[in-house]
Design a binder for this molecule. Sequence first.
Ligand code: T1G
Length: 699
Amino acid sequence: MNSAAELTQLGSIAVITMNHPPVNGLGLDLRTAIVAQLDRALADPQIDAIVLAGGERNFSAGADVREFGTSKPSAAPNLPDVIRALEAAGKPVVAAIAGNCLGGGLELAMGCHFRVALRDASLGLPEVKLGLLPGAGGTQRLPRFIGVESALNMIVSGQPVPAQKLAGTALLDEVVESGVVDTAVAFARQIVADKRPAKLARDIRIKDPLAEPFLQFARTNVAAASRPFPAPLQCVEAVANAVGKPFDEGLRLEREIFAALMASPESRALRHIFAAERAATKLPDVSEVPADMPLREIRRVGVIGAGTMGGGITMAFVDAGIPVVLLETKQEALDRGLGTIRRNYETTMKKGKLTQAQLDERIARITPTLDFSALADVDLVIEAVFEEMSVKRDVFTRLDQVAKPGAILASNTSALDLNEIASFTKRPQDVIGLHFFSPANVMKLLEIVRGAKTGPDVLATCMNLAKRIRKTAVVAGVCDGFIGNRMIARYGAAAGMLLMEGASPQQIDGALQRFGLAMGPFRMADLAGLDIGWAARKRREAEQPGSQPRSAADVLCEAGRFGQKTGAGWYRYEAGKRDPIPDPAVDAIVEQFRRDSGVTPRKISDAEIVERCIYALVNEGARILEDGIAARASDIDVVYLSGYGFPRHRGGPMLYADTVGLANVVRALRRIAAAPGAEAWWQPAPLLVKLAEAGRTFN
Ligand code: T1G
């Protein structure tokens, strides 16, 4: 017997229970099992009615996304076949809904004749988040059950709704506190006794005089808000078909739109991101960390440094309900840090996203101190002190003495050698990198940097902790810049070369922003502060004399143009404003710098700007994979999507390269590398060449 769906008999009622971990994804084997058990129940003269149930946590989370990109979703019985079988069943079918009832799972339930749900069951059609639309009748049945406006809001937002909010609609016949299967069985018995006919969605005609004007309003709003994604607007059109066309015609059109969206690059990108974000939570080499390995308990956290990073990190933890001991060296620094934290919360409260009580609760979770020994009993310490190895040495030497045995000692360093930092302690197995991105209370990305000696349980504990503080964690090995900053250095270098060769900061930023980057490299540099890169270049020059050729950025820094913080950098800024204003003074500096460097400026196209900057990312990403710094290409995509504003409709730099075709990327890199004076790192990485020659992709 196929265990994907079990059939049990309670008197004259058959209960079909879906059992296809992890979320009752409606893959081929589950679909086949449902139909087999349904046919069995329909053929059994002792059975008067059928209940279809799932698990406590998941009725069904919809189509099995792991089948996407294969021929399985259309293999018979496909989901519309299963739903048609339920709807056409000669005996009443009652869905018993608990937990997640999403996408195809809700479509399956809507194909049943009646539905009973637990009040906190989560009903939704999240397909739009995958660049799709409900493709198994959801756009035709839901509007008929709950009305056009409510249905469209659910379909276009993709947000689930608790069942109790849908009680009283034709979608749910009963909403109960508990015992949803027993209720459904009793409900089925009553249906049989009363010979109550089913009210099928297909038999409901939408007579809503406000439907048309609402749909027109929706078209305008959704079109403006959903660029560059096609799915939301297609959702509106599919629901419009439910209003204006016969049911089966609406179904047919829905399938056509669904197939077109499934083939769209935007949907491929969103489906890739869905899988990539989940893959990143898996440790690279699972064998190292058995699933049952005990994690270290993190009850209290110490943060060293109440500056921008330390303050943001503190907020990330107290937001998740984890108390923080915040250590500074001077009272005014501590007061300033606490003041910034309080102001941030007050801003959130003014937006109505926090109550005064919640604000007070969060502040109360912070124990400010100037006394290093106050870190003696915390379970994890994160230092966010100045990016100088000598400062890290002092901190970790003291931590080694003060922190309790088993405490995890983490550095928020953005580029320094974590193995060297670990060597300042007698417990390198407890040392790890937790690289937050500024502002740390907002940015989702967390690079978890595993040192050569970081213990597997420390790594697993931090991966688990990332989920608690709602961060998207990616494991990185130790190198200069880990994953994101190592790649952005090449991207910035590529932008700098384009500037030297004739493009302006605003042209380069504009081209990349039209490609989809949230912010071009020169605007980003002005936001972050040019002095940070300047300090890093000076540090690297000191370490390797001659490794940092002088750049136009140096000239700007020497002129005190550090970006927004000084009112001028690559752009100039009106007082109190952040809008970048092209500055002729910068053009003059760049032109002079080109003359001093003997460069004759040339016209550069936007296409060349995008090609060079994005392929610089891709090429370095390939090297990061070769060096084992990232475990997967999709991890690199997660880093760039959640930490660097890479456009989601392109799925990340590595997926973008797959979409362009790796052979085309290699050809372009070879052309750039062949130009006179091109840096050696423009040569395509061996891994990239190997994959391209094999006709393969990164993902
Ligand atoms: N198919 C296959 N696996 C899935 C899955 C799905 N739909 N949803 C989740 N998983 C896996 C996930 O990869 C992870 O696996 C594990 O379950 C736990 O997930 C025709 C075509 C259900 C709210 O978009 O929103 O129906 O990493 O870590 O935080 O119209 O997963 O452990 O190996 O996210 O508790 C529409 C997507 C599909 C729902 C649970 N459905 N899933 O969240 O756990 S398209 C969706 C979710 C469709 C039809 C169309 C969430 C969740 P692993 P998790 P969670």
